[in-house]
Design a protein around this ligand. Sequence first.
Ligand code: AMP
Length: 284
Amino acid sequence: MQIITTKQEILQQVEACKRQHKTIGLVPTMGALHQGHASLVQRAVAENDVVFVSVFVNPTQFNNKEDLEKYPRNLERDAKLLESIGAHFVFAPTPEEMYTAQEMNTTFQYDFDGLDKVMEGKMRPGHFNGVVQVVSRLFYLVQPTKAYFGEKDFQQLAIIHQMVERSALKDTFSDLQIIGCPIVRQADGLALSSRNERLSESEKKLATNIYKTLKSSMEWAKNATVKEVEQRVVDTINAIDGLEVEYYEIVDQTTLLPATDFSHAIGCVTVYSGPVRLIDNIKY
Ligand code: AMP
């Protein structure tokens, strides 16, 4: 496995792969890797000749300076994990390598057909512009056959699908297949997240109530309306000292618009444990 830090080297390696007609898998990450990321990389290794994993804490998608500064970073440990899984290239550029000063400070405006107006988009203005800025740049550089994203960031996955399949960029990425991968959880149900590293053991234990509540809501949904279930989830999590819900929205899995019933619906939650922001979801 080779660690690459410049765009020029990436382009050279990608060109060599293309010359040999190799299929390329790409897994974009922000590092501090765990078994959730590993599941994406394992699938990419199984389905492609060559796998590139990017490890880049993308400053343009953070709208909270403290979150960016405190985001865990450990390239050495990440590289060991990726090598053990069989990834071929790790792309770990600096922000300066990735962006010009102007690009770093410009607010990009992509049209997401409204998908960015709800949930994460509403709470984190500009977040998805930053995500698409970095993901589209990675797609241009790596020219993957398949790119892998987790369903844990369900809205992000919906927006990437939109970009590749329905936006003005769709012709550019017409050969690219986006693969959504299931959420990997601890045995106690807590969704794996790099941000969990910022929680103490007791906070982690409290945070297991997030998924427990989502699972209970599957039962509640049998005898209640969407609005009633949303409210009960919020009330149940907020009743736990140390957890505070930012939003719980039950939406259509494709449009992300508020669901009127539970068919094809997904519930997406964001919960604060102190300053740490945790997200999770459940399909009804
Ligand atoms: P991140 O490093 O948080 O930007 O995540 C990189 C990719 O890994 C994204 O596509 C995430 O959705 C995915 N991912 C993160 N956590 C998990 C998890 N617990 N299960 C599955 N995929 C995940």
